[in-house]
Design a protein around this ligand. Structure first.
Ligand code: 13P
Length: 248
């Protein structure tokens, strides 16, 4: 049985002081949650968040990680820097990074390898555009993204790698993939992972993201291959995100 994981991706939202008041309010509300809860906050909020999450069951995540460990890479943040702030998860290859910041399948792979080098669990994001879905290529696109992202990742590392399916047309649009569409793609993803890693694929956690809310979480989470949610907008609100963490 795979346990459930709910990850909040705050994107470029909340200052350190807003982070402090948000976490102080939400942490007591998610104490009873039986799922793994992760807050992926902006880099500038990791320090305060790491202090507030200490001693709680909630986990800290970053929204990116450099593929280099140190050196002349202006603007980058290394795994060692994250580790010292108790970061245990890192989002990699979010579609917004692919779209606006030149992230490619190659850099996604390099970051995934780097995350494992620092014992940080990579949350590799994949997903197709609306056009790709409409032209019937969604599964091929996602297959290719996965194969490239996981190049040189060993079976042991794969077991500690999360794949998040985030159809681009569902992100921040209010249009959620139907539970059936999400399940169909996640089942396909697990099959590809099985081709790469055999039975280990059954132990890997696959998440869905894209306009997930407190209202649709239950139905999405009842799908057999869906092991959790990657939540954007709704993760910024105490009521919504705590409700979702408790449903999970
Ligand atoms: P929304 O939940 O706002 O659609 O964002 C999803 C997402 O991109 C999470 O990484």
């Amino acid at each position: 049985m795979r346990n459930k994981i709910i990850i909040g991706n705050w994107k470029m939202n909340k200052t350190p002081s807003q982070t402090e008041s948000f976490l102080q309010e939400i942490l007591p509300k998610i104490k009873q949650s039986s799922s793994v809860v992760v807050f992926c906050v902006p880099f500038t909020n990791l320090d305060i968040a790491s202090k507030l999450l200490k001693g709680t069951k909630a986990n800290l995540g970053a929204q990116n990680i450099s593929w280099q460990d140190s050196g002349a890479y202006t603007g980058e943040i290394s795994g060692a820097m994250l580790k010292e702030l108790s970061v245990s998860y890192a989002l990699i290859g979010h579609s917004e990074r692919r779209q606006y910041f030149g992230e490619t399948d190659t850099t996604v792979n390099q970051r995934t390898v780097a995350a494992h080098r620092h014992n940080i669990i990579p949350v590799v994001c994949v997903g197709e555009t609306l056009q790709e879905r409409q032209s019937g290529n969604a599964q091929d696109i996602v297959t290719n993204q996965i194969k490239q992202a996981l190049k040189d990742i060993t079976p042991e590392q794969a077991q500690n790698t999360i794949v998040a399916y985030e159809p681009i047309w569902a992100i921040g649009t209010g249009v959620t993939a139907s539970a059936n569409d999400a399940q169909e793609m996640l089942k396909h993803i697990r099959k590809q992972l099985n081709n790469l890693y055999g039975d280990i694929a059954d132990k890997m956690h696959l998440l869905y993201g894209g306009s997930a809310t407190a209202a649709n979480a239950q139905e999405l989470l009842s799908q057999p291959d869906l092991d959790g949610l990657l939540v954007g907008g709704a993760s910024l609100k105490v009521e919504d995100f705590s409700t979702m963490a408790n449903i999970v």
